[in-house]
Design a protein around this ligand. Structure first.
Ligand code: IMP
Ligand code: MG
Length: 177
């Protein structure tokens, strides 16, 4: 496991996920929600969140590959769909692990809008506002965090660290070699 220091505890995450679910339960009460979860980083957040939702929910996955290597974002996004889904006139919630530069979510929202959803909102576990390159905001944010590279609860460094129950800041010695 790559060295990291604790930033957000398991208990803090679970508490915040419950609060987000309560907000969503109010907002979408009596409706049917189409969740589009962005693999792989959002898988754990998505699976915890959906089990707390009370409205009818359908889950879709897509994969957005934007990281060419390690900790720096590349500016192109390659989209991989794992299922074909029709979201025309549906209420869509895009669920992502982290909003960083905004390039990935901006791209995904534009792409999903081409399929004429009834509404589309964004829910992210983490938000790094200092890193934003595009003007995009999430409607639901778990935690705002400083400009540090984090792992855990689905987020990876070179594919490792997703299994951690907490969020930790990756030790700089791991990538400044
Ligand atoms: P953006 O397109 O720059 O907003 O980057 C979003 C994607 O970059 C996320 O889906 C993550 O996969 C990845 N990412 C950004 N920051 C981090 C981080 O601190 N840890 C792990 N992955 C990150
Ligand atoms: Mg990701």
């Amino acid at each position: 496991m790559y060295r990291n220091r604790l930033l957000i505890t398991e208990e803090q995450i679970q508490h915040r996920v419950r609060e987000l679910a309560e907000d969503l339960n109010k907002e979408y009460r009596g409706k049917s929600l189409d969740i589009v979860s962005v693999l792989k980083g959002a898988m754990i957040f998505t699976s915890d969140l959906i089990r707390l939702l009370e409205m009818d929910v359908r889950i879709h996955f897509l994969q957005a590959l934007s990281y060419s290597s390690g900790t720096e974002s590349s500016e192109t996004v390659n989209l991989h769909f794992t299922s074909v889904f029709d979201i025309r006139d549906c209420d869509v919630l895009l669920v992502e692990d982290i909003l960083d530069t905004g390039i990935t979510l901006d791209y995904l929202v534009k792409h999903l809008k081409e399929n004429a959803p009834g509404s589309i909102r964004i829910c992210v576990l983490l938000d790094k506002p200092d890193r934003r390159k595009l003007n995009i905001q999430a409607d639901y944010v778990g935690f705002q965090i400083p400009d540090d590279f984090v792992i855990g609860y689905g987020l990876d460094y070179l594919e490792y660290g997703r299994q951690l129950k907490y969020i930790g800041v990756l030790d700089r010695s791991e990538y400044e070699k």
